[in-house]
Design a protein around this ligand. Structure first.
Ligand code: F6P
Length: 349
């Protein structure tokens, strides 16, 4: 068999661990492997790179992706889907392992539904917003990075009696903010799923000051809408209304906007920090390396079994196959119970 691999969407720690695991199992079966370079773009252009034992050696701990990535959507490129299918056939390929989030795997699900395209998926994203799996790989690393940042911000906030607002990635899901906010002991957690008002935050900070703690960390998701008691709300998006090929607005800036509001309304000196792509860079945690490896081994097995249209998923402690269609049907956002847990954990009741 000749198997292609692609990594699509935002990069994330653990991509190379998946590639290595798929390769190890495929080589043991005498399958050939190629990487489609830069996500779906490589598939459309037929830009394939042979991957042998030498190419996949020494990459387990490396962040990023050795085969590149992009946010190319074949359904938004003229002739994209036709070209992709032609190049796939011309290269004598039998199967594709698509490693990506809702966008990349959404395309994979559509290709499978429309053409029975021989594709299996692996759930990647620091945002952890894919349905069908308990956790995506990359999330644990990003949570660790954000937690470490919150730890560091504590000491400087305390020294200066300041509020430090930390803006955390996650797009329309607050998973990263909830987990790193709990782990780092933030004092307020603001996520897109909850209409928490600026006034509520200020009142909570005031209570903290009154109790003698004259510093605070506010963890805010980049997708949180600045919301006011009056009912007014504002999505602070950098280049709105510009969108990528999947229709996403480039988020960023809510931390700075919130910081100004807090300073103005509560009167405490406030600074803001955007963690941004730091959360996606560098080496994966041990947990992500193990999860990514298990996903890769499962994806290779799904290919071997001809179980196309499936995605490797974590359910409890088991790695199973689930339908790509099911996994991409809707975004997995933070439910109310998780937010309540976060609030109880940080003493914001
Ligand atoms: O989906 C992963 C993610 O890092 C989001 O959390 C973030 O909103 C987005 O990608 C940033 O995208 P880009 O890398 O295109 O700036």
């Amino acid at each position: 068999m000749r198997v292609a691999l692609l990594t699509g969407g935002g990069d994330c720690p653990g991509l190379n661990a998946v590639i290595r695991a798929v390769a190890r199992k495929s080589f043991a079966r005498d399958y050939e492997l190629v990487g489609a370079l830069e996500g779906w773009r490589g598939m459309i252009e037929g830009n394939f790179k042979p991957l042998g034992p030498a190419e996949v050696s020494g990459i387990l701990h490396r962040g990023g992706t050795i085969i590149g990535t992009s946010r190319t959507n074949p359904y938004k490129v003229e002739g994209g889907v036709e070209n992709l299918r032609e190049k796939f056939a011309a290269a004598g390929l039998d199967a594709l392992v698509a490693i990506g989030g809702e966008d990349t795997l959404g395309v994979a699900a559509k290709l499978y539904d429309e053409f029975q395209f021989p594709v299996v998926g692996v759930p990647k994203t620091i945002d952890n917003d894919l349905s069908g799996t308990d956790y995506t790989f990359g999330f644990d690393t990003a949570v660790s990075i954000a937690t470490e940042a919150i730890d560091r911000l504590h000491t400087t906030a305390e020294s200066h009696n300041r509020v430090l607002v930390v803006e955390i990635m996650g797009r329309h899901a607050g998973w990263l903010t909830v987990h790193s906010g709990i782990a780092g002991g933030a004092d307020a957690i603001l996520i897109p799923e909850q209409k928490t008002t600026v006034e509520e935050v200020c009142a909570h900070l005031k209570k903290r000051w009154d109790s003698g703690k004259k510093f605070a960390i506010v963890a805010v998701s980049e997708g949180y809408e600045l919301t006011f008691q009056s009912g007014e709300s504002e999505m602070v998006a950098k280049d709105a209304p510009a969108t990528d090929q999947f229709g996403h607005v480039l988020l960023g800036g809510v931390g700075a906007a919130l910081s100004k509001e807090i300073e103005k309304r509560a009167g405490y000196e406030t600074r803001s920090v955007v963690l941004g792509h730091t959360q996606r860079g560098g080496t994966p945690t041990a947990r992500d390396r193990v999860l990514a490896t298990r996903y890769g081994l499962k994806a290779a097995d799904l290919v071997h079994e001809g179980a196309f249209g499936q995605m490797a998923a974590l359910r409890g402690d088991d790695i199973v196959g689930v339908s790509l269609h099911e996994a991409t049907a809707e975004l997995k956002t933070v439910p109310q119970e998780w937010f309540e847990t976060a609030k109880a954990a940080i003493g914001w009741l």
